[in-house]
Each structure stands twice: as structure tokens, then as C-alpha cells.
Design a protein around this ligand. Structure first.
Ligand code: FBP
Length: 251
């Protein structure tokens, strides 16, 4: 397994995700968080294990700056908008491992929509990324998101465990999944992942307490931690909520 020590602390992790500008558009942002510098400042203040960016933001705001010396980078290698997404999502590769390394990445990420009819394309891109990243000892994180015609009507517990297992089968070092609704489902997904680490994405929750409760459940399940975005930087006090999240993850 690839060494994860640059992006974990005592085997646990808290990542700040800021790739929503591509996935959702600026609709997620307001004056407080539309500027990537604000988010990098939150990451710096709260000492997250890594920030997750697309290449354009990394190039313009991270690379060659103080941030790059202090915050590890997970570079997303693929992406899509939500405008063109039909029933079967496909998120094409837009950045190479080589570019990611030149931007200072400590790990790379790639989304596979498990259940999409475009799985063959995504598998093929992921496999090449995995081969190159591992030949350079760079960890690969699979955003294993359920989506597409093949997943419709199936049990979330089975689907989530299938998604994490797919990460193990495909050679990911870590998988990032959406919260599957309860502790029991998540435990099974973590178990199914074997040696592959599991982090859970935030989603957007209305109440801070609900988010923190989810973090508690995530840590009870044996998962490695969280990769959260909107629940942190959309909060009126991002540093405070990040601090509380960290306390749960690392306690
Ligand atoms: P959030 O914590 O804001 O949900 O971010 C996690 C994340 O996985 C991002 O990396 C990504 O941009 C977004 O969620 C995708 O969300 P969705 O699948 O809901 O469009």
C-alpha cells in the first residue's frame, strides 16, 4: 500500500473540499467563500490534513505560495458540471498525475460513478492514473459515488459496500463515499473496503449539530475521517466548525 502519512495524522484524516465550483458552479458560494484564498486561509488556520482542489485553483492560488508549504494538496484529476449530467454521469479526466505533481499534490483523486453506463471509460482512466501514481508513490483516492441507471432501485447498504469494495479491487488507497444513512450501513462499507481507507463526504446539512453527529457516527464506524466542504466553509464561523469536526475525528 502507498504511504499515506503525508495526508493522515495517526491514521485519521480531515480534508477540506473545494471543488464545488466545478461540480455545482458558484451557486454554492457567497461573498465570504467565492474567493479561493478565503478557503485556503481556513485550511491554514485549522491545519486540515489536506485541501482538495481542481487544477486551475491549484495553479492560480496554491502552487508556489505559502499555502503549498503548509497545506498538503489532493488534486482532483477529473470533473464535470451538473448542467450536462443525465441519468448516467461521467466525469472525464482533465488533469494528469504528472501535472498534479508539478502543482505540488501529495495525492490525487478521481470520481467513479458506480452504476453509470460510462463505468468502462472511468475504469480505464482510473487504472492508468493508479498505475502512474503508484509508480511515483503517490496515493490515489477514489471518489466512489453511486450514480447512474445501474444503481436505480438498489439497496443503499449494498451499493455503498460495493462502491468501497470496488476501490479495493481497483487499487485505490482510499475511497471517499457519501454517507449511507446510518452506522450499520457504513460499518459494512468500511469492512468491505478491507485495507482501503474510507473517508466520508459532507453533503449539505441544514443543522450544524446534524453534521457533527454524522462525524461522530463516521468515526464510530471505523472510517478514517471526513472530506467535507460546504458544511465547513458555508458556516458563519468556518474555523469554529472545523475545530469541532477535528476534535471528533482526532479524539
Ligand atoms: P461537500 O462536503 O460540500 O458535499 O463536498 C464533498 C464533495 O464530494 C465535493 O468534493 C464535490 O464537489 C461535491 O461533494 C459533490 O457533491 P454532489 O455529488 O452532491 O454534487
Amino acid at each position: 500500500m502507498t504511504d499515506l502519512s503525508k495526508i493522515t495524522t495517526d491514521g485519521k484524516a480531515f480534508y477540506l473540499a473545494y471543488d464545488q465550483g466545478m461540480e455545482h458552479g458558484p451557486t454554492d458560494f457567497d461573498d465570504e467563500n467565492v474567493d479561493p484564498k478565503e478557503i485556503l486561509d481556513i485550511a491554514l488556520k485549522t491545519k486540515v490534513n489536506a485541501i482538495i482542489l481542481q487544477k486551475g485553483i491549484a495553479e492560480n492560488y496554491y502552487s508556489g505560495t505559502e499555502y503549498a508549504q503548509k497545506i498538503p494538496l489532493i488534486l482532483k484529476l477529473n470533473g464535470k458540471t451538473n448542467l450536462a449530467t443525465g441519468e448516467d454521469p461521467y466525469s472525464p479526466q482533465i488533469c494528469t498525475v504528472h501535472e498534479a505533481l508539478s502543482l505540488g499534490a501529495s495525492a490525487v483523486g478521481y470520481t467513479i460513478y458506480v452504476g453509470s453506463k460510462y463505468e468502462p471509460q472511468m475504469f480505464s482512466e482510473f487504472a492508468k492514473i493508479e498505475e502512474e501514481a503508484h509508480s511515483r508513490q503517490i496515493p490515489v483516492i477514489g471518489w466512489m459515488y453511486i450514480g447512474g441507471s445501474g444503481s436505480i432501485g438498489k439497496d443503499p447498504r449494498d451499493l455503498t459496500a460495493y462502491a468501497t469494495r470496488l476501490g479495493l479491487e481497483m487499487g485505490a488507497d482510499m475511497v471517499k463515499i457519501k454517507y449511507p444513512g446510518n452506522l450499520e450501513n457504513l460499518k459494512w462499507a468500511v469492512e468491505s473496503a478491507g485495507k482501503v481507507r474510507v473517508v466520508v463526504s459532507g453533503g449539505k446539512m441544514d443543522k450544524v449539530e446534524d453534521f457533527l453527529e454524522m462525524v461522530r457516527i463516521v468515526m464510530k464506524s471505523g472510517a478514517t475521517g471526513m472530506a467535507a466542504g460546504r458544511n465547513i466553509w458555508q458556516n458563519e464561523n468556518p474555523t469554529e466548525i472545523a475545530k469541532k469536526t477535528k476534535e471528533i475525528i482526532f479524539s
